[in-house]
Design a protein around this ligand. Structure first.
Ligand code: NAD
Length: 481
């Protein structure tokens, strides 16, 4: 078999120790890989490269399909950028995949049957980092969700389930509140699931879903969700599973994917040779699956489970009542190597190898027809004791012929016309203008309206056009609209 080349970074702190141990296991398992080693992390940061990665390293990274990365240390202060975020965004690593399996009794967990995988969208949502202060009192963060973004991650989750012999994919959103952004994610989930009749599919609202992760994780199999929710529930899951120190994760992209341990560079124990290499080893096992080397992945995973069962434990999981011997990093690797070809008897043996790499195709949709039906004008206003009647009547007086002021909301709650005096009001007013008498609208009408607003001495700070797409409303209604 022709050897595939993968990129390897030894990282900082315990990184070099656990990488050496992991690669020694891969070598003993005769995994058909060759390694291109790159330097990233603390040394590069401190040499003045704020991203922590040199330009030569980028070439290697972009060239190989997989990147096995040991943890790195991010220096404190000094405006250093997170290397993970840089790599993830630059290389389009759209799926963060974190399996969590309880390894009781060898690792303590209250949920011994837990065995789930969280597939988190990695590029969109609130992490676009687009934030603005709009008035002295109000700031906003934009939550951007795209149809291709949703389709990529949802398809990835179903394909992952199929390739890994998993039976169910659970989607988690908050589409009862965010009907458009989370609604799109769920809509795409509902469309894509039809193509996978062999896999069960269901949906939880994220708040209840998080409680299920914490309380009944054994009922979940593959979970797919948006970026922020995924960030939170993958930490809950790792904690509940008890295996933060042993977990691996993947950041999968269309051409390049990155694999690593969940934990950091553990500077407190670096250089002592006692770190547990299991997290990185589990990352490497995911890499082998990803590269289509399922048989090797399965063989190493079974040897790893057998070593845990035999009681050879590193200091972080060593317990007198369950362990046989406290081993160091290399000692643990040596035991895994000895066990290659054997199966565990207590922990579930890894599933028989299933086929293939995960390839994601995106449906090319025809562009929907778009019709402008109004505009939300956001105004910074702090006059007349913030009486909505004053701003509302003032705007109606200058609204012009083509549009009329339908209503005003303050943080989403309708305050004009007919608001309640009890509603709390900030200095941030969303004023919704819609077409009068079925008038056709264009951006020129928006500009005319804005110039009227400016002329009446109102301080507009932002506009959002209201569109229909293929005749369907593309904006939310206000509370009370
Ligand atoms: P950490 O995960 O490095 O360490 C937390 C605790 O867990 C420490 O007591 C450590 O000794 C222990 N620990 C971690 N991994 C272990 C292992 N394999 N075996 C035995 N014990 C282990 O978290 P931290 O201390 O918050 O972060 C240290 C550094 O790592 C920071 O610079 C941080 O930015 C970085 N970090 C990097 C990554 C990454 O590269 N993906 C992830 C998290 C943190």
């Amino acid at each position: 078999m022709e050897k595939q080349r993968v990129t390897v970074a030894y990282g900082d702190g315990i990184g070099p120790e656990i990488m050496k141990a992991t690669l020694s296991i891969l070598e003993a398992a005769e995994v058909p890989l060759e390694y291109d080693v790159i330097e990233i992390g603390e040394k590069i940061y401190l040499s003045g490269v704020k991203s922590g990665i040199s330009s030569e390293a980028w070439d290697t990274l972009r060239h190989n399909a997989a990147f096995l990365k040991a943890p790195i240390t991010t220096p404190q202060g000094g405006g250093y950028k997170s290397l993970n975020v840089t790599i993830r965004k630059s290389l389009g690593l759209f799926a963060n995949v974190r399996p969590v399996v309880a390894l009781t009794p060898y690792v303590k967990s209250n949920h011994p049957k837990m065995d789930l995988v969280i597939v988190r969208e990695n590029e969109e949502d609130l992490y676009a980092g687009i934030e603005h202060q709009q008035t002295p009192e109000v700031v906003q963060t934009l939550k951007l969700v795209s149809r291709p973004g949703c389709e990529k991650i949802v398809r990835y989750a179903f394909e992952y389930a199929r390739v890994n012999g998993r039976k169910k994919v659970t989607c988690m959103t908050k589409d009862n509140i965010m009907k458009h952004s989370d609604g799109l994610f769920r809509q795409v989930f509902n469309e894509v699931k039809e193509e996978y009749p062999d896999i069960e599919a269901n949906h939880w609202i994220i708040d209840i879903g998080s409680a299920v992760v914490a309380n009944r994780p054994e009922t979940l199999d593959v979970v797919v969700t948006l970026n922020l929710y995924g960030d939170i529930i993958s930490d809950i899951a790792a904690e509940v599973g008890g295996s933060v120190g042993l977990g691996g994760s993947a950041n999968a992209g269309a051409t390049v994917s990155m694999f690593e341990a969940i934990h950091g560079s553990a500077p407190d124990i670096a250089g002592k040779g006692i770190a547990n290499p299991s997290g990185l080893l589990n990352g490497a096992i995911m890499m082998l699956d990803h590269l289509g080397l399922q048989d090797k992945a399965r063989m190493i995973k079974n040897a790893f489970f057998k070593t845990l069962e035999d009681g050879y434990h590193t200091g972080d999981i060593y317990r007198e009542e369950i362990s046989k011997e406290r081993v160091n990093t290399q000692g643990f690797a040596a035991k895994v190597i000895e066990n290659l070809g054997q199966e565990p008897s207590q922990l579930p043996a890894a599933l028989a190898a299933k086929g293939g790499k995960i390839n994601i195709k995106i449906t090319k949709n025809n562009r929907a027809s778009k019709k402008l039906v109004g505009v939300d004008v956001f105004i910074d206003w702090d006059k007349a004791n913030r009486d909505p009647e004053v701003i509302g009547d003032g705007l109606r007086a200058i609204q012009g012929e083509k549009m009329y002021l339908k209503m005003i909301t303050n943080r989403g709650v309708k305050v004009y016309p007919d608001g309640l005096p009890e509603t709390f009001k900030t200095d941030h007013w969303r004023c919704r203008f819609t077409a009068q008498n079925g008038n056709d609208l264009g951006n020129a009408d928006v500009i005319e309206l804005l110039s009227n607003i400016e002329g009446a001495d109102f301080d507009f700070i932002k506009t959002e056009q209201l569109y229909e797409f293929d005749g369907k409303r593309g904006y939310s209604l206000a509370q009370g609209e």
